[in-house]
Structures are given as C-alpha cells and as structure tokens.
Design a protein around this ligand. Structure first.
Ligand code: HEM
Length: 397
C-alpha cells in the first residue's frame, strides 16, 4: 500500500500531545479491558458449570452465585474500560480504526446489539439462578455464547485494522465495489490464545477468592481449600494451553526471538510457578498484571512494526499542542479516577471482610475517601462545565 493514502487519512488537526503518551495509554488501558474480558468470560463459563453441580454440592451452591455476580460486574467494567483503548487507537491509528469500521460496518451494528442482548440475558440468568438453584441454565448458555461472539467480532475489528495491504481487495474484490459492511477476518491462533487466557485469569481469581474469605468464620475450611486447589488446577492447565498458543502465534508471525516476546514467555513461566505453589495469590495477581501489560505491548508491537513497514510512523504524527486538555485529562484520570476507585475498592474490601451488615458511615477510611471523591467530582463538574461554557461563549459572542 502507498503510505500517502494512510497519511492522508490522518486527522489534519494533528494530535494534542506526544504520540508516545497515547501509545503507552493504549497499552495500559487495553490490558485493563482485557483483564475484565477474561474475568467475565472465565467466571461466566465456570458459573455455567456450577449450575450443574449446585444442587448436590454445597460448595458450588455458594460459589455459583458468586461467580455469576463476578461475571455480571466484569461485563460492565470491560465495557467501560473498552472505551479508553478505543479512543487512544483512534487518536494515533485513525486510518486503521475508521477503515475497519467502514469495511465491517454491519458487524459493528451487530456487535452493539449482541452486547446489549447478551448482557440483558445474563441478568435474566442471574435472577433465574437466584430464584432456584441451577435455574436459567439455557438462558445463561445463550448469553455466554452471545458475549463470546461479541469477542470474536472485536477480534475481527482488531485483525482487519492491521491488514492495510488487503483493504483494497476487501473494499472492491475483483474490482467490484462491495459496500455491504460484511468484511470479516479471523486469525484463529491469535483468537484462541486471547480466549484461552480466561482460564488462568479465573483460576487466579479463585485462589484470591479462597485467600480473601479464609479470614471469615462463616466460610467452611472445606470450601476454602476446595476453591484454592480448583483454582490452582484451572490456572495451571490454562497457562500451559495459553503458553503453547502464544508460542505458536509468535512462531507463525516470525516474532518468537524478539526480546519483548522472550520477556513475555519468561513472565508466563514465573506466573506458572507462582500459580502452582500458590504461596500468596495477591502477589501472583501482581505478576499477572505485568504479563497482561506485556501481552498488550506485544499486540502494539505487531501493529507498530506493520505500520512502520508501510511508511506510517505514529511518532511522526503532527503534534498540535493542547496543554489544557491533556492536563485536564491526566488530572481526571489520575486524581478523580484514582481517588474514586480507591474509595470503591476500600468499601468493597471492607464489606467482603466483615460478617453481617457493614456500616460505611462508621468507618473512618471509607468516610474520608467518600468525602474526597464527592468533593473532587463536584469541583471537576464546575471546572468542566465552566471551562466549556467560557470557551463556547468567548467563541460565539
Ligand atoms: C463482551 C464484550 C467484549 C469482549 C468479549 C471483548 C473482547 C476483546 C478481545 C478478545 C480483544 C482482542 C482482539 C485481538 O487482539 O485479536 C478486544 C480488543 C478490543 N476491545 Fe473488546 N471486547 C468486548 C467489548 C468491548 C467494548 C464494549 C469495547 C469498547 C467500548 C471494546 C474495545 C476494544 C478495543 C478498543 C480493542 C482493541 C482493538 C484494536 O487493537 O484494534 N471491547 N476485545
């Protein structure tokens, strides 16, 4: 492909800050998106298994609704966290993202509706299971299948966006324009690798679950030991499967000996050792975060190299500094996001650790963080709207 076509598709206004910052934010936020995609798929899949065991096994009677709840919350988080990498990819790789959206337009529509229907059906499953142990199996399975399908579509968009050389053939196969929007591309090994990661993620989640509830007297020792060993088994088998698929994927695209890939494989081996010994699953989760960032980095490396080969270098993207907006973004992300997330996590942690009803108004840390969050959000709204109005009126009056 001629680089001038790609360069012409860039935003003529340029970008508001150094491209490398957007690239780093893309890697970070995609890893966050992926973490909840994998936890959602893993916990939903395992909760379906639980619905079959729930009636006769006391442990699954407790675990299944907890896994359904985990899946339910993770879907909402994966959607929220999907928006950030979407925005960053549009900033530095806009030709890729917008071309994909045109070529696969029908699939984009289908994706949105699939997500809405699949998620609503998961709520249906949640209520059916709450009403009756083992209830709503079929609805749960359909919902799970729809959400996996949404992931396959997401994969299609990611793969199509890194095939600029093929875009012309997709747009006009044999010279005849096809504007149906049905372009669909799949890279089976890459997809299988991505999906397989849900096994180690849910396995490590179970290890954490076991560790977390081990301080509670209302959880039996049997359940605590069972979740830890079951989690270890799933995570170990899952990691082995993912490692094989990763090596295969890297081998087929000729990246196996790249330092980032070697670092990723080393990270996976360390993770495997930590999962198998299960000394402290919270530290294992920290290593999992590093491996997730490395995998996100690998995805970006592939795309960066490919685009560089075509003469599209994101570091050459024209920069038109917009310091106030990047400052506002970073302050929102780091301060408002940081304090708000710390507040929610502290509360969730304390609710989970206490038996009976937890009264947040009597807890000092929760109260302080809650007040800070409210104060920062109020200030944020005043600045956001005040600033917007000032600019709007100074432009039109
Ligand atoms: C159930 C719903 C979803 C699932 C299972 C899912 C799964 C995935 C997977 C597997 C990938 C990696 C594809 C690959 O690299 O081959 C991906 C990438 C991505 N997802 Fe999602 N996703 C979902 C929903 C969303 C939503 C709602 C958004 C946005 C609001 C989103 C934004 C993204 C972005 C921006 C990428 C990266 C695309 C690229 O690099 O070109 N995802 N998702």
């Amino acid at each position: 492909m001629d680089a001038s076509v790609l360069l012409a598709l860039r935003d003529p206004a340029g970008i508001p800050f150094y491209p490398v910052v957007f690239q780093a934010l893309y890697i970070l936020t995609w890893a966050l998106h992926a973490a909840f995609v994998l936890l959602a798929l893993g916990s939903m899949g395992l909760s379906l298994y639980g619905t079959f065991k729930q009636k006769d096994d006391q442990r699954w009677k407790i675990l299944t609704p907890h896994l359904i709840q985990t899946g339910k919350i993770s879907v909402s988080l994966l959607i929220v966290l999907g928006v950030a990498p979407l925005l960053f990819t549009q900033v530095i790789y806009d030709p890729n993202w917008y071309t994909t959206n045109a070529l696969s337009g029908m699939w984009i529509f289908i994706f949105i509706y699939a997500l809405v229907v699949g998620y609503m059906m998961f709520y249906w499953f949640y209520y059916a299971n709450k009403a009756k142990d083992g209830g709503g199996k079929m609805i749960g399975m359909i919902s799970f299948a729809i959400l996996v399908f949404a992931g396959i579509l997401m994969h299609n968009f990611a793969v199509t966006s890194i095939m600029p050389n093929e875009w012309m053939n997709m747009y006009a196969p044999n010279g005849v324009v096809d504007n149906s929007g049905w372009t669909f591309n799949i890279d089976i090994i890459r997809l299988a690798f991505m999906v397989s990661l849900s096994l180690p993620v849910v396995g490590i989640f179970l290890q954490n679950y076991s560790r977390f509830v081990s301080t509670r007297e209302d959880f039996s020792k049997d359940l605590i030991d069972y979740t830890a060993s079951f989690g270890t088994r799933i995570a170990s088998i899952g990691l082995l499967i993912s490692a094989v698929l990763f090596v295969l994927w890297m081998y087929t695209i000729g990246y196996l000996m790249h330092p980032v890939i070697i670092a990723t494989i080393a990270g996976v081996l360390v993770l495997l050792f930590m999962v198998m010994t299960n000394k402290n699953s919270y530290i294992t989760t920290g290593v999992l975060v590093v491996v997730a960032l490395l995998i996100s980095g690998v995805r970006e490396l592939i795309r960066y190299d490919l685009m560089m080969g075509l003469g599209y270098n994101i570091y050459d993207y024209p920069v038109n500094f917009e310091i106030p907006s990047i400052t506002m973004f970073l302050l929102t992300f780091l301060i408002m996001g940081g304090v708000g997330v710390a507040y929610l996590l502290t509360m969730a942690w304390k609710v989970g650790k206490s038996q009976g009803i937890f009264d947040g108004s009597k807890d000092k840390a929760v109260n302080t963080l809650g007040n800070y969050t409210l104060g920062i959000m109020s200030l944020w709204m005043v600045v956001f709207f005040g600033w917007g109005m000032t600019i709007l009126f100074s432009n039109i009056l």
